[in-house]
Write a protein that binds this ligand. Structure first.
Ligand code: ADP
Length: 667
């Protein structure tokens, strides 16, 4: 047995290895090549797509760049003509286009900012030109600060106020008088003066460009007075639509801060103050960037000059600052300084991008940038250093086409793989079956040889003993002869099985059906097995129903089937020695049942035991001789008679095989 095992194992492994190799060559290798090729193709397509997308982006950037330039030049032209028709336009916040941030003057290489241009009119420097007035003020200040004569100073300031008709001088003198009054603890009078200054025109400023009314406002807030009026003043300053000077804007910011700090006081409108704060901070941020631009202006113009001679220098827009400001110089008009125009690029860009077909998809989130680290496309020589940045993972229209193609490739690959795997599954299954069958066949030959040898040896041994005249007594002789007959029967049964099987395999097995009594067949089979049963100590209980009609059947075949079942019952009975053979009628069928109380069959194996050559692969079974043909023949015989065979079995508790033969056949 050990020898048999060790020889089957390598054969089985070899067979399996062959199968795996075949599978690898026929299925895995071509599939892998296919996958690699498809992947490669997808990669190439993707590269191509990226290239096309980049080309498309460049084309679009060029188009947008041109539109941008046209729009910017249009804005420039409008500002120039506005400047030509008005003189006061420069210190305004109201430009011809919403996108313009500021318009300054290019004074040589210096940039004059709006608030620097026409501020001078209202400065107190004028005051100093009136020497009589200044002299009075100087004297009053001397009394106030050097002599400490506050009352005298007050009188002098009052005189100044009364003697001048100029509102700016009056306001200035009032401011000084209010200061002295507050020093004199004449709070009410002092507040009255401050309130008066609060109402004067905000164009009356000191030499730093800070309106006097703002000074008054600061002093009033310090004394917790006129919150509402100060807020009104701030609002009117912010809505004045003119540029505030830096000093003025910082003063406004400080006043707003004070107002917000005083938020809980009655009369302070917190929300309005907060809005003002936001507005002034935004304003200051812009103003500071304008101041920075002023500093860098020289370098910017240099950039413009560096451009080639064929380039019209006026049509150059230079990016500046974080907010995508674009700066350009207007063409010089005779007798005038050139205008420097600053616009907010993104504000112009957005509608242009929105109106360029497909641009939204190809350049999602497009914006102007000078950041070299960002993905973007250069906008051409009119915008040195400026790029059109866009989001990378955008949904481009080409992407739709590409993803359609990619899906097609992937689906095709998937289908091919499915078909291949489907075929591979059948290949694997069929080749596996063939291998199993080949193995079972070779096992079968070994089993048949073994099974033939055993009875033949017994027959020869007993026959030779008889020929030599041994044993002497007649009872023993009879036993020898019985054994010889029994073994010959066993041999015949075995050979019948093999021959029948080979006929079945070739499709030549025919059944000679005739009207016959089933009970007779059953009894004959029991009789035939009587000797081996008694020999091995079995007790066979035969139970045949009385009402069994004759049936149309091949007598030998049915007997063969019963003999096979009985012989199995003996082989697989284990320690048990009880076998039942019953024949009865049930549902129009004659049922032949053979039961034992032996080893039983695992439910998982119960279907396969009827297959040819199949033997339950248990250790216990290996020791029992068998060919795996017995039940396959029972199955075939039952089927040939229009019936079927069933098994009921529990491991360790025995099995019952039932052959159903339809009784209609009897007619
Ligand atoms: P074998 O020559 O091996 O008996 P069979 O076709 O008659 O071939 O039976 C197939 C397998 O079914 C056997 O190897 C055995 O494992 C199982 N078998 C058949 N009859 C019984 C039974 N009465 N009790 C338990 N197992 C059985």
């Amino acid at each position: 047995m050990a020898l048999k095992k060790s020889s089957t194992f390598p054969r089985r492994t070899r067979g399996r290895n062959k199968l795996v190799l075949l599978f690898l060559i026929a299925v895995v290798l071509p599939s892998s090549v296919l996958i690699v090729l498809t992947w490669h193709m997808i990669g190439q397509e993707q590269e191509l797509y990226q290239k096309r997308l980049a080309d498309e982006r460049r084309r679009m950037a060029k188009e947008i760049g041109q539109k941008l330039l046209v729009r910017l030049e249009e804005i420039k032209l409008r500002e120039v003509s506005a400047a030509a028709s008005s003189t006061t336009f420069l210190n305004t916040l109201r430009y011809t286009s919403r996108e313009v941030i500021l318009v300054g003057l290019a004074d040589g290489e210096r940039l004059l900012l709006p608030w620097e241009i026409n501020q001078a009119h209202h400065r107190l420097s004028h005051i100093s030109s009136d020497t009589a007035f200044t002299e009075k003020i100087r004297r009053a200040e001397e009394e106030e600060f050097i002599q400490g004569q506050l009352t005298r100073a007050n009188t002098l300031y009052l005189k100044c106020i009364e003697e001048t008709q100029q509102p700016d001088r009056q306001a200035y003198a009032r401011l000084l008088r209010a200061r002295v009054l507050s020093k004199l603890d004449q709070v009410d009078e002092s507040l009255t003066e401050y309130r008066k200054v609060l109402t004067v025109n905000s164009e009356i400023t000191d030499e730093h460009g800070v309106p006097l009314c703002l000074y008054a406002a600061g002093c009033l807030l310090e004394r917790n007075d006129s919150y509402e009026e100060v807020l009104q003043l701030i609002l009117s300053e912010l809505n004045a639509q003119r540029w505030l000077s830096p000093a003025e804007s910082y003063t406004v910011r400080d006043l707003v801060n004070v107002l917000i700090k005083l938020g809980s006081q009655p009369g302070v409108r917190q929300q309005v103050a907060e809005d003002c704060q936001q507005k002034i901070l935004e304003y200051i941020r812009r103003q500071e960037q304008a101041l920075a631009l002023q500093k860098d202006f020289q370098d910017l113009t240099l950039i413009a000059q560096k451009k080639g001679p064929e380039q019209e220098p006026d049509a150059t827009w230079i990016p500046y600052g974080e907010e995508s400001w674009l700066v350009s110089l207007a063409p010089a008009l005779p007798g005038r300084q050139r205008l420097a125009i600053v616009v907010q690029g993104d504000r112009i860009l957005d509608p242009i991008v929105a109106n360029t077909p497909d641009s939204k998809m190809i350049l999602a989130k497009a914006r102007l940038t000078t950041d070299a680290g960002l993905d973007g496309v250069s906008l051409g020589s009119s915008f040195p250093g400026l790029k059109l940045a866009y989001k990378v993972e955008d949904k481009a229209p080409l992407l739709g086409e590409w993803s359609l193609r990619r899906s097609f490739y992937l689906i095709a690959l998937f289908l091919v793989l499915c078909v291949t795997l489907f075929g591979a599954y059948f290949l694997w299954r069929d080749v596996g079956r063939e291998l199993q069958m080949a193995e079972m066949r070779s096992q079968f030959i070994a089993s048949v040889s073994h099974e033939l040898k055993t009875p033949l040896t017994a027959v020869r041994m007993f026959a030779e003993s008889l020929r030599l005249g041994r044993p002497a007594d007649s009872q023993a002789k009879a036993e020898y002869l019985d054994t010889i007959v029994n073994e010959s029967h066993r041999l015949t049964r075995l050979l019948n099985n093999v021959l029948d099987f080979s006929k079945i395999e070739r499709g030549e097995r025919t059944y000679r059906k005739e009207r016959t009594s089933l009970s007779e067949i059953v009894r004959a089979a029991a009789q035939a097995m009587q000797y081996p049963l008694t020999q091995q100590g079995f007790h066979l209980k035969v139970n045949v129903a009385d009402d069994l009609p004759d049936i149309q059947a091949d007598r030998d075949a049915i007997e063969q089937a019963i003999l096979n079942l009985l012989s199995n019952a003996m082989k697989y009975s284990g320690e048990s020695r009880q076998i039942d053979l019953r024949v009865q009628k049930s549902d129009g069928c004659a049922v032949i049942e053979v039961s034992d109380q032996g080893v039983g069959i695992d439910p998982a194996q119960q279907k396969q035991i009827f297959e040819r050559f199949y033997r339950v692969p248990s250790e216990e079974n290996r020791r029992i001789p068998g060919t795996g043909l017995g039940l396959a023949l029972v199955f075939h015989i039952a089927k040939a008679h229009g019936g079927h065979v069933e098994v009921r079995s529990l491991l360790g508790q025995g099995s019952t095989f039932s052959v159903y033969l339809p009784l209609e056949n009897e007619q």
